[in-house]
Structures are given as structure tokens and as C-alpha cells.
Design a protein around this ligand. Structure first.
Ligand code: PLP
Length: 382
């Protein structure tokens, strides 16, 4: 089954499943072969060619969810992202990136692009005009990430995509935070969608994987680069990812619903100074978020009031785990100042609005009363 007009949960459950012709089992078999017969077949299958049965079938599910023609599965989000960049950028080219992007992406750009003579500009802000100002004659790609980490700023996907089209520039988006359940950027004119499948697509904090979804033409271009670099995902893990994605719609909807409730509740608490969540009407880009997201996502941030110290607060939590990653079914949180943004100076953090009391919260599927109770006991216990 391939039809992307199917409902989201049906796509999650069925699209790209491999029929078990031999035993009629209910789920896709795993094909672990790294060697396939080449006689009388058109397709030369090999894991690093990204075309083993499990890889190609799972790619159909991701493409259907992202409303694209094709997709590729990688061993990590960074493998997906780096191959995508290197497929479209060569020496002398220029890329525009949003000023707040995932730390790993930032490191890749800073450490690798200079070696390759690829120029880059980070925008000053999030407005379409900020992207426009950063464009140069040799700009080949604009890369965005919305909602952003950790302050959940929203970038105008359609605005940036149409600006880029006017200048004959490609656009790529890191859609990890929203997931295809809450945001399908292809509908707003973006060319390439990228995911760290380690996050929502996997959803159980036990798989490292990445994905890219795009037109067949762009996927072919990326494939040409990727087959040289490697970075394919083991078929055993591909199978696990397929298994996880069957519940993607259910999980993300439940997490998103919980996040909205938590954001509204936190917003009313005396121990909280500020809540950052695109689903709050007080969020400066609430309307924009509403126009391009189906749900506001399950990531939020909040700032504790001055009486609290973020590490102390986190140590007192009993249910919610302090954890570096995000998007699992279990709620986790972290302090950006101590983790993802610890390499910035205090002045840089201040400038970007990341205070020492800011907490980034990845909301899970637990019962909302238990999450509230855990936070309450942490702020009241001595
Ligand atoms: C985690 C993450 C990545 C990188 O993915 P890995 O699977 O860790 O390589 C990229 N972008 C965002 C937004 C992420 O959260």
C-alpha cells in the first residue's frame, strides 16, 4: 500500500509493510542479507545502496507521511543532514541557516564547511526579511528549523520557501521537533525535509536513525552522495523503526495534547516566570504556528522564578527524567544552559534569551495529573 491519501494512522500502521508471502505473518519480515542475487534482476541490492527490502519499504512510509515522492533512511539524524548538505553544496557555494539550529548541525557547519570552502551565513532573526538579507549570489540552500530549540520560535515556512524559489535557491527543513504528525513542510513549498528519527519517529529513546524525504529527483541526488559516504541503517534497526512508527500518530497526538495542557498549567504557576510554547495564545507567533502546524508539538520550555535553581529542581523530580535527548514516550527535561548550550558564553546565552533557569521539557504520554504532581513536589520539597 502506497497511497498518501490514506489517513495518518493508517499510513503509520500499513504503508510500506512487507507482505510475508511465505508464512503469512502479520508483520514485515526482516531481511538481513547483505548479499543479493544479481542475475536477471534490475535492482542490485546492497545495504549501502539504501535499497534492501526493509529500507526501501520503510522509506515509503516516511515519504507518505511527509507528502513526498521518496525518502531515504540513515543511521542518524546527522548522517541524513550531512549527506543532504554535501549533496547540494560544493566548494564556493553559500548556505543560509537560521540563527538557532540544532547544536550538532551548528558544529557540522562550523567545523566541516570551512575545510570544504563552503560559505555560510546565520540569519539575524526569524523573519522572512532576515533570510532575504542573508542571500548572496552564490547561495544554493536555505536551511530552517521550526519550532526552534529551545525557545520554540516559529519560522514562516511558506514565506521562506517562496523567497528561496524566487531566487532559485533550494530549501531544507529540520522537521524533527514537530514530526510529520504536526507539520508537513512539503505542503508549504519546502524542497527537502530532514528528521532525526532518533526522536519522535523512533519515540522510545532506543533507536538512533535519520531520514530525508523529498522529490524523487532530489532523493536521487542525495543518494548519489550517500552511496559514497555510507551511513545506512542496519536492517534490524530499520525494522525496529517501522515497528515504532506504527504508533507515531497515537504517540505524538497524546504528547501534543499533554504539552498544551502542561503549557497552560505552567503558565499559571507562581514558580514559573515564562512559558515558551507555540500553542499558547500569548506566544508572539501563535497565529503563524496555527497556520502551518496541525498540532503545536510536544516540546515546550519554561523559566523558573529567581528562587529556584534549575539543577536543584531537576534533582528533586521523581518521575520526569533529566535527560539529554527528547521525544520519547517518557517525559524528560533538561537545562539548555548546562547541556545543549553550555559551550556558549553567558553573554551569548543572554543575547539568545537562554537563562540559567530555563528548562526545556519534552512532554511524554504519562497521565497529566502525575506530571503536575511531580513538578509540584519538586518545587515545594525542601
Ligand atoms: C537530535 C537532533 C538532530 C540530530 O540527530 P541524531 O539522530 O542525534 O544524529 C538533528 N536535529 C534535531 C532538531 C535534533 O533534535
Amino acid at each position: 500500500m502506497k497511497d498518501s491519501k490514506l489517513g495518518t494512522n493508517t499510513i503509520c500502521t500499513h504503508v510500506g509493510e512487507i507482505k510475508d508471502e511465505q508464512f503469512k505473518g502479520a508483520v514485515s519480515p526482516i531481511y538481513m542479507s547483505t548479499s543479493y542475487e544479481f542475475l536477471d534482476v534490475d535492482l542490485k541490492r546492497y545495504p549501502r545502496y539504501f535499497n534492501t527490502p526493509n529500507q526501501t519499504h520503510l522509506a515509503q512510509k516516511i515519504a507518505a507521511l511527509e507528502h513526498t515522492e521518496a525518502a531515504l533512511i540513515f543511521s542518524s539524524g546527522m548522517a541524513a543532514l550531512s549527506h543532504m548538505f554535501l549533496a547540494f553544496l560544493k566548494s564556493g557555494d553559500h548556505i543560509v541557516l537560521q540563527n538557532t539550529i540544532y547544536g550538532g548541525t551548528l558544529n557540522f557547519v562550523k567545523e566541516e564547511f570551512s575545510k570544504l570552502n563552503i560559505q555560510y551565513t546565520f540569519t539575524d532573526g526569524y523573519e522572512v526579511k532576515d533570510f532575504k538579507n542573508a542571500i548572496q549570489p552564490n547561495t544554493k540552500l536555505i536551511h530552517i528549523e521550526t519550532p526552534s530549540n529551545p525557545l520554540l520560535t516559529v519560522t514562516d515556512i511558506k514565506g521562506v520557501a517562496s523567497l528561496a524559489k524566487k531566487h532559485n535557491i533550494l530549501t531544507s527543513i529540520d522537521n524533527t521537533f514537530a514530526s510529520p504528525i504536526n507539520q508537513t513542510p512539503m505542503d508549504f513549498g519546502v524542497d527537502i525535509v530532514m528528521h532525526s528519527a532518533t526522536k519522535y519517529l523512533g519515540g522510545h529513546s532506543d533507536i538512533s536513525a535519520g531520514a530525508i524525504a523529498s522529490s524523487q529527483k532530489h532523493i536521487d541526488t542525495i543518494w548519489n552522495t550517500s552511496k559514497n559516504f555510507g551511513g545506512n541503517l542496519s536492517d534490524q534497526t530499520v525494522w525496529l523503526l517501522e515497528r515504532s512508527m506504527k504508533t507515531l500518530g497515537l504517540r505524538v497526538k497524546a504528547q501534543t495534547k499533554n504539552a498544551l495542557k502542561m503549557a497552560k498549567w505552567l503558565n499559571k504557576q507562581s514558580f514559573v516566570d515564562k512559558v515558551y510554547y507555540p500553542g499558547l495564545k500569548t506566544h508572539p507567533q501563535y497565529k503563524l504556528a496555527k497556520s502551518q502546524m496541525k498540532g503545536f508539538g510536544a516540546m515546550l520550555s519554561f523559566e523558573l522564578t529567581k528562587e529556584f535553581e534549575s539543577l536543584d529542581f531537576q534533582k528533586k523530580l521523581k518521575l520526569i527524567k533529566s535527560s539529554m535527548s527528547l521525544a520519547g514516550v517518557e517525559s524528560t527535561l533538561l537545562s539548555p544552559a548546562l547541556t545543549s548550550h553550555s559551550l556558549l558564553t553567558e553573554a551569548e546565552r543572554k543575547k539568545t534569551g537562554i537563562s540559567d533557569r530555563l528548562i526545556r521539557f519534552s512532554v511524554g504520554i504519562e497521565d497529566i495529573a502525575d506530571l503536575k504532581q511531580d513538578i509540584l513536589q519538586a518545587v515545594t520539597s525542601k
